[in-house]
Structures are given as C-alpha cells and as structure tokens.
Design a protein around this ligand. Structure first.
Ligand code: AMP
Length: 209
C-alpha cells in the first residue's frame, strides 16, 4: 500500500504514521526524520538542510526528490509500500513522486489545535517517537516509553518559526489537497480528534485496502 499523509505541521501525521507503520508493517518514511538524522550526524546534507529547517523554510525540491527516490528504492518500500509523512510538500515533489499512490490522506486540523500541539511536542532522539507534554506524556519525564531514548523539543517548534511553517504550508503545500482530489485518491480525516479515536479511524480505513 502506498500512502501519503498531507496536512499542516502539528496535524498528527508523524504520530499516526509511527503507530500505523508498526501495526500494518509498512515503512514509515518521514522526510523530516531523515533530515534531522542527517543534521545529527553532521553530514553535508544535514548542514545544508539545517540552514533551511531552522528558519522554518522548505529544503529545495531537487534535494528532497533525491532523498525520497533513494529511500523508496530500498527493499522494504519496494515490497510493502510506504506511509510517506512530510512529502510531497510542493507540486514539483508531487509530480516527481508520480501517480501510483493508493491514498492521499488529508489531516484537516484547526489552527488552535496545531499551535497547542506544537508548543508541547517532544520527540525521541533515538527512535523519533512523538510525545506531548499534556496530551501524550511519556511515563517517565524526558524519556521515551518505547526505547528509553532522550526526548527533546524541536528548534523549529518555537512560536515564531511555527508561524512561518504554517504560512509556507498554506502557500506551497495546501494546493496538493486539490491535486489529489482531482486524481480521485484523496481521503480526509479530522486531525483535531484525540489520538486513540483518530488512530482507530485511520487504521480501519487502511487495513480494509
Ligand atoms: P517535518 O518534520 O515534516 O515537520 O519537517 C521539518 C522540516 O524539514 C520542514 O519544516 C522543512 O524545513 C524540512 N522538510 C521536511 N520534508 C520536506 C519536504 N518534503 N520538502 C522540503 N522541506 C522538507
């Protein structure tokens, strides 16, 4: 199954993709996670990506298309498909990805929910699991329930950068909703719903495919 998750930052794409990937045994491919890993390892790509990400801007299309083509060529994705989270973010990226997708799932999410989720979001340094200070707190403060890794707050989740990321989403990414609707593969869910309820909805939607 080939699925892309579309929606603003803070819509829950990463959290749901992480959970669904484990249950459905489909690789979760998050371009944000790939770039953060490169930054952590201080690679050349990481350095380049950081200069855009810290400002809340998009990394250039040609760099992103290369990364994704490379990742989708790996055996797990070729055999089982993928849940793509954070890609495509522009029309150029969508065109490069092609039209053999099964579902583009749009997480329709209100501004108030986005702001509160991003302000409290914590990420595991080791396995990239997502938590939230209030909504999804880890059992032990600052430590990942799944792998024991350390939790941190993303630099680009600070208020000023979040505003910029939301503007960029509106300007460059939101038109993909119409694009996938025209292709007849768009499904929409309410991204404001709590984690467990929305997880059940998406799980039932995907498992019946
Ligand atoms: P995310 O973890 O999906 O919120 O992505 C974090 C940041 O990584 C974004 O704000 C961009 O700077 C960069 N990024 C991730 N995916 C893409 C993409 N498909 N195109 C351009 N930049 C991206």
């Amino acid at each position: 199954m080939k699925v892309v998750f579309i929606g603003p930052p803070g819509a829950g794409k990463g959290t749901h993709a992480f959970m669904l990937s484990k249950k459905l045994k489909i690789p979760h491919i998050s371009t944000g996670d790939i770039l953060r890993e490169e930054i952590h390892n201080r690679t050349r790509l990481g350095l380049l990506a950081k200069s855009f990400m810290d400002k809340g801007e998009l990394v250039p299309d040609e760099v992103m298309v290369d990364i994704v083509k490379n990742r989708l060529g790996k055996k797990d994705a070729r055999l089982n498909g993928f849940i793509l989270d954070g890609f495509p973010r522009t029309k150029t990226q969508a065109l490069a990805l092609g039209n053999n997708l099964d579902i583009a799932l749009y997480f329709k999410t209100s501004a108030a929910v986005i702001i509160s989720r991003l302000a409290g979001r914590l990420i595991c340094r080791r396995c990239n699991a997502n938590y939230h200070i209030k909504n999804i707190p880890p059992k032990k403060s600052g430590i990942c329930d799944t792998c024991g890794g350390k939790l941190y707050q993303r630099k680009d989740d600070r208020e000023e950068t979040v505003r910029k990321r939301l503007n960029i989403y509106r300007r460059q990414t939101s038109s993909l909703i119409t694009y996938y609707k025209q292709q007849g593969i768009l499904k929409e869910v309410n991204g404001d719903l709590d984690l467990i309820r929305l997880h059940k909805i998406i799980f039932n939607m995907l498992k019946s495919r």
